[in-house]
Design a binder for this molecule. Structure first.
Ligand code: MLT
Length: 211
């Protein structure tokens, strides 16, 4: 664990310095350790950069403030998204990983801040795996996400994230030109083995194509 670069975080070097780095973004109440095992399952040998969300909701770390469940503090979301983008850039200089091969893997609140980063900093992330994501904000102008691979895994019975909201996020990304792969399952908010297996297969196709 390191508190440098503005975020408490964990960095795990990859087997190949020029390989991809997974930016692991935990859900509400998680921390920088949470998704490292998931990263190891999804992309063995990749580097992992795993920050802890800086907002505390009654002690539960998050990546941005919310006013109620599913109602986001827009100003804080924008501020925290820029802060996270700066952290990723600073971390690539500090650790020497290839900044052009950063792939986000986020769950719930972590997926939402990843989606916000995609919309506000197009080009920072080469690809993204978003588990249980929703629309972070409606962009005024669609960014250019031409060809960006994005995998979304959603639950039809998710009580935190209404299905139409994930569908809207997929539509926003599609309209911006992203190559969206949206998978639906008859499941709720928690991650399932099937989600992980599908994301792993998707990544094994996408990661070798990053150059
Ligand atoms: C959020 O606040 O980002 C979503 O409601 C998901 C969550 O509860 O973390």
């Amino acid at each position: 664990m390191s508190a440098d670069l503005g975020f408490v975080h964990r960095y795990v070097p990859g087997e190949d310095e020029s390989g991809p780095t997974l930016l692991l973004l935990h859900g509400t109440g998680g921390n920088e350790e949470d998704l490292v095992p998931l990263g190891e399952t999804l992309a063995p040998g990749a580097a992992f950069l795993s920050p802890r969300g800086k907002v505390s909701e009654y002690g539960a770390p998050r990546f941005f403030r919310r006013l109620a469940e599913g109602v986001f503090d827009h100003e804080d979301l924008l501020f925290r998204t820029h802060e996270l983008a700066e952290f990723v850039q600073a971390a690539s200089e500090e650790y020497g990983f290839d900044a052009s091969k950063v792939v986000a893997v986020g769950y719930s609140n972590g997926a939402n801040v990843a989606a916000s980063t995609i919309l506000l900093h197009p080009g920072l992330l080469r690809a993204a795996v978003l588990f249980r994501a929703m629309v972070p904000f409606e962009p005024d102008l669609a960014p250019d996400l031409s060809g960006m691979p994005v995998f979304l895994a959603a639950g039809r019975m998710d009580r935190m994230i209404p299905p139409h909201n994930t569908q809207r996020l997929a539509d926003i990304l599609l309209e911006a030109g992203a190559d969206v792969d949206l998978r639906w399952r008859d499941t709720g908010h928690p991650l399932t083995y099937e989600d992980v297996a599908e994301a792993k297969a998707w990544l094994s196709d996408v990661l070798p194509k990053l150059s």
